[in-house]
Design a protein around this ligand. Sequence first.
Ligand code: DON
Length: 586
Amino acid sequence: MRSPHRLLILLFLALVVAGAANPATASTHPVHAAHAIVVSVHELASHVGVKIMQAGGNAVDAAVATGFALAVVHPAAGNIGGGGFMLIRMADGKARFLDYREMAPAAATRDMYLDPQGNVIEGASDIGYKAIGVPGSVAGMVYAEQKFGKLTLKQVMAPAIQLAREGYALSWEEAVDLHDRHLAEFPESRRVFQRSGDYYKPGEVFRQPDLARTLERIAEKPDDFYHGSLARELAAAMQKGGGLITADDLARYEVKEREPVRGTYRGYEVISAPPPSSGGAVLIEILNILEGYDLGKMGERSAQSMHYTVEAFRRAFFDRAEFMGDPDFAKIPVAQLIDKRYAAAWLETIDPAHATPSKDLKRPAVFSALEQYAAGHPPVMAPHESNHTTHYSVMDADGNAVAVTTTINDWFGSRVTADGLGFLLNDEMDDFSSKPGVPNGDGLIQSNTNAIGPGKRPLSSMTPTMVVRDGKTVMVLGSPGSSKIITTVANVLMGVVDYGMNIQEAVNAPRFHNQWMPDVVNVEQWFSPDTVNLLQHMGYDVEVGLHYGTHVAPYWSDAECIAVDAKTGERLGASDVRDGGKAVGY
Ligand code: DON
């Protein structure tokens, strides 16, 4: 659903980012680290993770410490009131995927965001108490720490608690971000983040004593967040504000360990996010199709290589629309979608010289299971997946690696701060389909499989990914960017594998995106007009930037990635200049 407030946010961002660094002129050198590295959107959070590893922690300890630190220094997206996915690959080759995505409360209903006439109520699924899903981040990070970390929860949470209590100096962007007008609609958010109207200034130290106390309580007694006094206080705050979440919802929340999705691409193994994320399956389907072309020979960002890549994006997103949702509520045919025979059949449908109109796509009849499923689940229009989330990547000295993408969905989530607890809550309910059959502003289409239901997890595009060669993790990848997450990860991965870039060059390289519907190719502002022309001659509707009505965001996503130097074993950290993050290593 597109609502005016979201347009304003996007306009604001377009203005803010207009002043951001240009990847075309940014350094092409990744940060080199002999032993271990953390790459995140915030320098302070990256430092926290590195210090934890220097103190004897492994990559999981560092990831958990970084995650809690981001909840303090990056409240717009880092969080304890949201959810996420953590992909862990230990040096012994064992990969685990932790799903701590938010869950719809028991009282959620399929039509909860519709008015009596059956129309979507503007803002209902993304602003305020009713937009909030049961948060999973605390459960996920605690689970990871207790099962896979070497240190104690108290040790890894100590830096975040210190940052919350002692504060940190706000950058210009951070101070400006806190002016968000929807935060001002909620008195507790206005008190905590806007000092009741006396806005924080750039350079001023931002202290969060309520959050420090909440983090201390979690460190002391982690179960309290779901089963104890913290749960009761959170549930009371939700009820008071008219939300649906109860203490029982919190008590029922559980982290799910799922099998990651696996594929191969030109001799590399690719390990990524399974449903309820669409990310891994769509990424691998894209790569499977592209394996049929010698992209490297066609040239990086040449019109011909872009043509084939967009056609692969289009086909995989067409399948995303049809098949994806919560695997605990529907069988998702991932095995068929990532089968190389299916990709080969898709490849046959690609015209070497012309774009295929999205409306004319016909799924090749390779697997009857796909056809039967599609017949029973007509695609429906779904809500827009909005623009703010954060990804961080970690690798330790032993070669253990962690990729985390975490979100409260929108910038500052639902804008609701839990009374007295100091943290923002997500609006992840907006990732469900609010109303089957109604187009949303972004035209991102999903099937009924993603309708709202109690206890269900909304479909995600988050794509924490690892690339493996000869048994060793050689890349750790991920980004925010809603549907653009998947194509961003594909762009970066192909930059290294197909076009021989180093990881920083691959992160810097201008991105392009297609998601089946709307039938346009979005290219970042740095593409040459000649390339755009050639694509237009092939039949593409090319938009420079992302267009939201009259507003244009000139670029998107924030890839925070690691590669390993094949010769020296050094960890190479590439933070995205588009969002001012930082790779820190030792
Ligand atoms: O889970 C998802 O796919 C979305 N809630 C993520 C939103 C997002 O990436 C926005 N980022 N820029």
